[in-house]
Ligand binder design. Sequence first.
Ligand SMILES: Nc1ncnc2c1ncn2[C@@H]1O[C@H](COP(=O)(O)OP(=O)(O)OP(=O)(O)O)[C@@H](O)[C@H]1O
Ligand SMILES: [Mg+2]
Length: 254
Amino acid sequence: MLITPHTNKLNRIVILNPKGGCGKTTLATNLASYYSLEGPMPTVMDCDPQASTMNWLDRRDASRPPIHGIAAYKKTMQATRSWQLRVPNETTNLIVDSPASLNHDDLREFTRDATSILVPVLPSAIDIHAASRCIADLLLVAKIDRRENRLAVVANRTRRNTKSFEKLMRFLDALGIPIIAVLRDSQNYVRAAEQGIGIVEMQPHKVRKDREELEKIITWLDTLPMDRRELLNPSPAAPPSNVTLLHKPQFNAG
Ligand SMILES: Nc1ncnc2c1ncn2[C@@H]1O[C@H](COP(=O)(O)OP(=O)(O)OP(=O)(O)O)[C@@H](O)[C@H]1O
Ligand SMILES: [Mg+2]
């Protein structure tokens, strides 16, 4: 399904978690918005028949920096292959929004060519349970090797210092999966979604905190997988001056 041009410059960012409503589309649209401001024009591939990302793009004003959209859910398997070759040449960041409920074959297809796999997780008990299955499937079914540093979690709608958040942190710590950002529960995301924009396109003073977290995700995505461990666990002797320590102080790969 996800056959895209094999050029070195194409960063394939797959957002995935079969649990409905965990923030996949929110993350996909906000990353697309961020990369659109930065340029070159990003592409979003919407693989969800609900078409939330395509609808968001339809709401986007033509005066905004452009984002190319591919309604991949519309295509049959065979047509999808050629369609997906139509990622514009200038695109360096392809963001894939996936549907809720994925079978094992889908999981393998979605992750096979991915440069980065982001799993948004809500901190409720039910969501943590679903996320643990999703991550187990990614490791065991899709055979994602943690040492490749392609997989990360984004905690969404989270209030820190809650028991459920601590539980999520402990769970991921045990698996050696980093939480690269913690997005707060904020109407900013809801308002941005309504207008076909991302939070970085809203008034800066209203979104300062949200932007900081989004930039942590961008930093991780823009870092080559082999250098990501450094980003998450910089050596105490020589901390890189241009990199902020992300949320998880320990990263035990392997
Ligand atoms: N951090 C947040 N703060 C407030 N609202 C949020 C946040 N993240 C997501 N939402 C809202 O929660 C709802 C579900 O989010 P979203 O559509 O991104 O989830 P999804 O994983 O794509 O869902 P689906 O599985 O149905 O595709 C949306 O109304 C969205 O605006
Ligand atoms: Mg969605």
